[in-house]
Design a binder for this molecule. Structure first.
Ligand SMILES: [Mg+2]
Length: 166
């Protein structure tokens, strides 16, 4: 089940304390493109400020782990006052391992939060963290992405992946 997330939700701000308790995690590794913002966007997703505040109040550790270059990731990290790892090379495990190390967290108590099955989720499974898949904020226009998203839809069907409802 390398491609099936532990949890599927619509958007990052849907993640709540109950979900994290159920997964047994106190640390979240956060993707940037189509998770915190649109693909190559600069605006934070709606309600993200409040959500980050709430997570911090609940002592949830948050680290950004993105495949984008550091100069793309740093403005988000600065704005949200979070540590970050750029050029994360997801789905390879190194970025996940570094994220856990920076947070001082065990892998089994950590979850990746991202919008892509073939990077975020696959890498999470390979590195032994929990996985939370989100719906991309806005679909990408690049042809290579269109193929990837089509394959993802196939995986959704095969594994019957649906948004989790309380
Ligand atoms: Mg992404």
């Amino acid at each position: 089940m390398l491609l099936k997330p532990h949890l599927k939700l619509n958007q990052i701000t849907d993640i709540n304390e109950k979900h994290l308790k159920r997964l047994g995690v106190d640390t979240l590794l956060l993707d940037v493109d189509n998770t915190l913002s649109t693909d190559h966007g600069t605006e934070l997703a709606e309600g993200l400020d409040n959500w980050i505040e709430k997570m911090k109040e609940n002592s949830i550790k948050l680290i950004i782990v993105s495949n984008a270059k550091s100069d793309r990731v740093k403005p988000f990290a600065d704005k949200l006052e979070l540590d970050f790892i750029g050029l994360g090379l997801k789905p390879l495990p190194f970025g996940y391992f570094r994220g856990c190390k920076v947070a001082g967290s065990k892998r089994r108590n950590t979850a990746i939060v991202g919008d892509q099955i073939f990077t975020d989720i696959l890498g999470g499974k390979l590195s032994g963290v929990k996985t939370i898949l989100l719906t991309p904020i806005e679909l990408e226009q690049k042809p290579s992405f269109k193929i990837r998203r089509r394959l993802e839809r196939l995986i959704f069907k095969i594994h019957k992946i649906k948004d989790f409802k309380e």
